[in-house]
Design a protein around this ligand. Structure first.
Ligand code: AVJ
Length: 322
């Protein structure tokens, strides 16, 4: 899996140490929680790709429609020479940007960064073949910790798409956006995709689909813990729960214990007890209002140059300048 153009800042040992720390912290807390980044082993990344094709999951299609309509404009405004993508996953929508920036004649390099080595290796291999003229260098890393490994300046655009910014609670979001601003030179660009606040009638099915793919994706974090930490979770003994939190304006995913359980996590020398009905929060997915997003970007030192929404007004893409 060590593809030629992969730079690894998170190897298996770092990942295992981070997973151990997160699982110990999260599962000994009250209420229990786990960070969403641990969904994405090879199977979890495939399940997420499946989610993006579900009829209920609108964000990917909405964002793709915006990028399809606006990629040319983005290329003309930014004239980016290097495109960096944080949390790139399969980089599938990113091709719209690559095509437009290549057609504009400015782009020389694409640098996707993702925590999932397997998803990144696949993406880099596919992009290398599809774009022989482009230098593609994947970075296995965590976008909250490894921004300093990005290539040096000169007309860069950092893309953070898909609404993944919503995985960060407000204080971490502010730190993250300041960090992104900190690695950019004045005049360089951030292209940010964010999901917008809307009715629970649209939001909830997107996170609780009829086919049960999101439920399987949610439970995948337990399989990851089983495999890496020699734990004995029975994923089928947890129900998938999606909730719309009106106060924070975020979706929460949780796993709810169907019965009382004691689960050994041998690598941590820890046994975690669950009461019947007890829930573990596994993800927040914050939804945004245009003004709030503008203020958060401004507080981090960005100015919005352009922003767009899809026809249904569900999702926004902001082009902000450092
Ligand atoms: C990849 C974080 C953007 O929050 O919509 C999809 C992850 N979770 N379904 C999202 C996810 C459940 C997704 N992001």
């Amino acid at each position: 899996m060590n593809a030629p153009h992969l730079e690894i800042h998170l190897d298996e040992r770092d990942l295992a140490a981070a997973l151990r720390a997160d699982v110990r912290t999260g599962l000994t807390a009250a209420p229990k929680w786990l960070p969403p980044k641990w969904f994405y082993d090879a199977r979890g990344s495939e399940l997420f790709d499946e989610i993006t094709r579900l009829p209920e999951y609108y964000p990917t299609r909405a964002e793709r429609s915006i990028l399809a309509a606006r990629a040319g404009e983005i290329a003309r405004i930014t004239e980016a020479k290097t495109l960096v993508e944080l949390g790139s996953g399969s980089s599938e929508k990113t091709r719209l940007l690559l095509d437009a920036l290549l057609a504009h004649g400015t782009l020389g390099a694409f640098v996707p960064l993702d925590v999932s080595a397997s998803a990144l290796a696949d993406a880099v291999a596919r992009l290398d073949t599809a774009y022989p003229a482009l230098s593609v260098r994947g970075i296995v890393g965590d976008y909250t910790r490894h921004l300093h490994h990005l290539p040096d300046g000169g007309s860069r655009m950092i893309a953070f798409l898909g609404g993944t910014i919503g995985n960060l609670p407000p204080a971490e979001r502010a730190t993250f956006l300041r960090g992104v601003r900190g690695v950019l030179d004045p005049g360089e660009w951030l292209l940010l995709g964010a999901d917008l606040v809307k009715g629970a009638d649209v939001l909830l099915p997107a996170y609780d689909d009829a086919a049960g793919v999101t439920a399987d994706f949610n439970r995948n974090v337990l399989r990851v813990i089983n495999r890496h930490l020699d734990a004995s979770f029975a994923p089928e003994r947890f129900d998938h729960v999606a909730r719309w939190d009106e106060t924070h304006e975020w979706i929460e995913m949780r796993l709810r214990a169907r019965e009382a359980m004691r689960v050994p996590i041998r690598a941590l020398d820890l046994t975690v007890e669950f009461a019947r009905g007890e829930e573990v929060r596994t993800e927040i997915s914050a939804k945004f209002r245009p003004d709030g997003l503008r203020d958060e970007l401004a507080a981090a030192g960005f100015r919005i140059r352009q922003r767009w929404t899809d026809d249904a007004g569900r999702f926004t893409v902001c082009l902000a300048q450092a």
